[in-house]
Ligand binder design. Sequence first.
Ligand code: FAD
Length: 537
Amino acid sequence: MQQKISLKLLPSDAADEVAIIEKIAKATAKKTTEVSGYQLLKRSIDARGKTVWINLTLNAFINEPFHQRTLQKFDFKDVNNSSKKVIIIGGGPAGIFAALQLIELGIKPIILERGKEVRARRRDLAILNKEGIINPESNYCFGEGGAGTYSDGKLYTRSTKRGDINRILNLFVHFGADENILSDAHPHIGTNKLPAIITAMRTRILDCGGEFHFNKKVIDFILEKDKLKSVKTADGDVLTADSFILATGHSARDIFLLLHQKKIEIEAKGFALGVRIEHPQELINTIQYGREYGLTDLLPPASYSLVEQVDGRGVFSFCMCPGGIIAPASTNENELVVNGWSPSKRNNPFANSGMVVQTEIEDVIKYYSDRKNKSESDLQSPLLMMDFQKEVEQNAFAIGGGKFVAPAQRMVDFTEDKFSSSLPKCSYLPGINSALLKDVLPAFINDKLKKALKSFGKKMPAKNKHLGYFTNEAVLVATESRTSSPVRIPRDEDILHHPQIKNLFPCGEGAGYAGGIVSAAMDGERVANRLADLLMS
Ligand SMILES: Cc1cc2nc3c(=O)[nH]c(=O)nc-3n(C[C@H](O)[C@H](O)[C@H](O)COP(=O)(O)OP(=O)(O)OC[C@H]3O[C@@H](n4cnc5c(N)ncnc54)[C@H](O)[C@@H]3O)c2cc1C
C-alpha cells in the first residue's frame, strides 16, 4: 500500500531517515519494519513561531517494496528535416524552453544569441569582477542561458496560472538538476550548477537538429507588409524563417530602440527600483530561526521575504540570496546595476536581497515634470521608463567612482542621511565606496525605502542581545534596477503574435510577460505551443 502522509517534524528529526520512518510508522499505526521507504513530495520550513518546524509531505510505502519516484519523460524529435523553421532571438530561459518545446512538436528552432557560450562567458564575468571591465555582449545578462545562467537559480514563481511549473522543474531535472527541486517549497539550483544544465539543453537542441548560434546579435528587422521576412545580424548575415520568437530579455535596450525606430508598437512599463541589501548570514539565521538553530547546520541558511505599502507604492524584498554574493549585472560601461546569486550550498557568509520600490509611469512623469527637463513628447515616449532606468544607473556608476565600484551606505546611516565613515565587509567583488544614496536614487524612491526599512526592523526585531534587520551591520549597495522590463511589447492575447507583425512572437521577461527563470521558461513554452498550432494548421 502507498499512503500520502503529512508530518510536522523538528529539524533534527527531519534530517534523520530513521526518525522519519518511525514517525511514518506512528502516523499509520504500523511497525517500522512494515514501512519499506518513502518518496518526498514536498518539504517546507515553518519558522514563524518559537519552534522551527519542517513540514514534509511523503508518499509512504507500507507492506510493499519501495521504489524511487519515476521521473517525467520527454519526447524530443529529430527536426533535421522539419518543413518549418522558427528563429528564436535570444538564448535565455524563454528562448531555450521555447526551442525545446518546438523540438517536441517537430519544428526546427534556430537560436540566435548575441553573447558567448557558457564557458567563454565565465571569463568575461571574471574580468568584470576583478578588473571592472565590461564586455557589452557577454556579461551577467547576455550570453548562453541569458540572465538565467549565472543567476541564483531560484525556481520559485507565483505565476502558477501561466503554465505548468512542474513540467519546467522536471525539464531541469532531466537536464541534470538535483531531484530535490521537485519537492522543495522554494527550489534552488545555484550558480555553480546552472552552466552544466544549460550546456546539456543546448547539446540536446543540436543533437535533435536544432541550431544554436553564438555571437549573433540581431541588429535589424526586414519587414514585408505585416510580416517579418528576415533578421540581420551584426556580422552581416540575413536569416529568414517562417516565424520569429523575440526573447531578448529586459536588458536588450537596442532591441527596444530598434522596434521603436521601425514604428513597431511598444509601451512603457513600470518596474521596481532600489538597492541590494547585505547582512551577515548569521544575523539573518538568528533572527529567523532563533538562537537554538541559528548557528547550527540543521537548517539551510535563512531567507526572508518582506513587503510594505508606503505612500501607495509597494516596497519589497526581491530575489533574496542566502549565502550569496552581490554581482555587477550591468550590460554597459558607465551604468551600475547590481543583482545577486548564490552557489548551490549557499555557503557564503552573507545574505543579500534586492529591496525595491514599485515605480509606475506616473511617478516618473511627475519626477521629470517637477525638474522640467523633459519635453512633452519625451514624457509620452514608450522609452520613458527605459531612459529613466538608464539615468539612475549612470548616476550610480558616476557616484561609485568608476570600474563598477558601487556606491554604498550602512542601513541606519541611510535612513538618517548620514555618510558612513566606514563600510562593513561586502561580497560585491568590484568593491564599494561610501556615498549618500539619496544622491543616487530619486527622492520618491529614497523616501519610501527609508520608511520601509524602519518598519522591516519591527518585523524582524532584535532579540536576546542579537541584532535585528534594521542595523548598521547591513549595507545598502546601489542600484537594483533591472527587476523587470521597463518596456512591454504588445501581443495578441490569444494568438500571442505582435498586433502589427503577424509572425513575430514577443516572449519572456523582455517583452513584459515574465519575471524570473520559471515564468520566462513557461512563457517560452506557451509561445512555442501557440506558434506551432498556427504553423501546422
Ligand atoms: C544575477 C542574477 C540573478 C538572478 N537570480 C534569479 C533567480 O534566482 N531566480 C529567478 O527566477 N530569476 C533570477 N534572475 C532573473 C532571471 O535570470 C530572468 O528573469 C530570466 O533569465 C529571464 O529570461 P528571458 O529568457 O526572458 O531573458 P534573458 O535571460 O534576459 O535572456 C535574453 C537573451 O537574449 C539575448 N539577446 C539580447 N539581445 C539580443 C539580440 N539583439 N540578438 C541576439 N540575442 C540577444 C541575451 O544575450 C540573452 O541571452 C536573476 C538575474 C540575474 C542577472
